[in-house]
Design a protein around this ligand. Sequence first.
Ligand code: NFE
Ligand code: MG
Length: 560
Amino acid sequence: MSTRVVIDPLTRIEGHLRVELLAEDRRIKDAFACTTQFRGVENVLVGRDPRDAWVFAQRICGVCTFTHGLCSIAAVEDAIGYPIPVQAKLIRDLMMRTILIQDHVIHFYQLQALDWVNVVTALKADPAEAARIGSSLSNWTGNSRGAMAETQETVKKIVESGQLSIFTNGYWDHPGYQLPPAVDLLAVTHYLQALTFQREMIKLHTIFGGKNPHPNMLVGGMATPINMDNEWTINQVRLDQLKAIVAGTQTFVEQVYYPDVLAIMGFYKEWFDIGAANPNLMALGLAGTWGSGDPNLYRGNRLEPGLLLDGDFRKPVPFDLSKIVEYISSGWYDYSVGADKALPPWQGETNPNYTGPQPPYEWLSDRPKYTWDKAPRYGDKAVQVGPIARMLLAYAQGEPSVVTMLDAAMAQLGIRLEQMNSTAGRTLARAMESVLMAREMQAVFADFAGRILNGDTAVFNPDKWEPSSWPQAAKGVGFVEAPRGLLSHWVQLEKGAIKNYQCVVPTTWNASGRDPSGQMGAFEYALAHSKQHPLTDKDKPLEALRTVHSFDPCMSCAVH
Ligand code: NFE
Ligand code: MG
């Protein structure tokens, strides 16, 4: 006889997620991901000037901020055939990589670490031992004994106050926590240092885009004037500041984030055998890859867009844009073509129709429809997107930076490639690609600064700004390899206005419910497909949290 377990709200994510589980003998036997919020930004965009779309679209999310703005602009520029200056592309590249790294650092320290790291146990640690372990992992200057002791003081005050604040409701006495106290203390110290790091590194967005979250952008380029003789534009002072931010970002991910993830996952090796999601992975290329139109036509990317299907992680299959469709069979929507049919995004419809019970309710998933998430599919496949898809696709294509890093990590941890499709593997892949992106940022920044010295300061192309230069009817698509995976925006224009606008978002893919053939999305699959996923205490579902958090869920994005 199985027991019902509900996690609602599932916290330390963006937006509202409820997970319903059936458990038996301390194992998860079935799972349902229920997104309990509706947004409707796609419908808000209909009828508007496409040059304004990014402003609205960017508000889909404040975590992967910039990402939806970039994807929107890429889609509109595709529709009207709008080329942009090289410097505008480089600014977008720098901003995209910056948000990816910040988002990944937030994920590991603020959103997932407390599933693995025990704040209460950190109090029992010897600060000198924590400092010693820290200095054995890297040369990070924040690993002193003093830094560890200070963290302990801070945490002690919080615990003694009886108001645990952000640490309230942690399952601190759960036997699943396995780190030595000194490692707990080291990680809590880095949890706090990660906050300071993020505040500094995201200034790159304020320099290029005036603010963060939701920096300013522009169809046809960027709204970022470059003039070395003007105090208010990108000038030598700003270039020096940007250079320091890029260097500091690389230092933090190389000396803190990646060594922490490798070390912590080394204590939880069994999690490379737990939480495998659908063995179908899809990506355009490395993190931060973006562009207008069919990704098969992008120029200059090192990798081909593609998929790894049916568990064969060594043989890439070419990507076909026309195979992306969305179902609503488990979502509270209507389609004019019928609830069991799929629609391609350019013809997509967002007609909300809530048919679930009125709250408070006990169970949602005993009805066919139980979520506000649509169910995107690639042809007839339920696929997984995200850092793990990017890293394994790059590995399969022999990308040297990825092969070197992944081979070294797998050797150190003693795991096989197939085990990367797991709760621990997804977390590790995210940290790895952060290091690769930080290194790439150095090259992109050097290119950008070098071009300025050669007099290239153009950031905007005025040629297609006026709607009179646009076709009467057009459609376009933009793609971005966003923090949580492959993002696409699909726009149809008519007489200078948006006729239809559809977003197919990373968490929409991963959090999707059942499609008409009963296939689960990645969250559900990772929890329930094996029927062996542990759940030792139904009142403290720590193991389920570890797996769901490993996708870095963003339900605000998923439903948009
Ligand atoms: Ni709201 Fe986003 C990312 C996008 S997620 S976080 O990454 O697009 O589904
Ligand atoms: Mg959508």
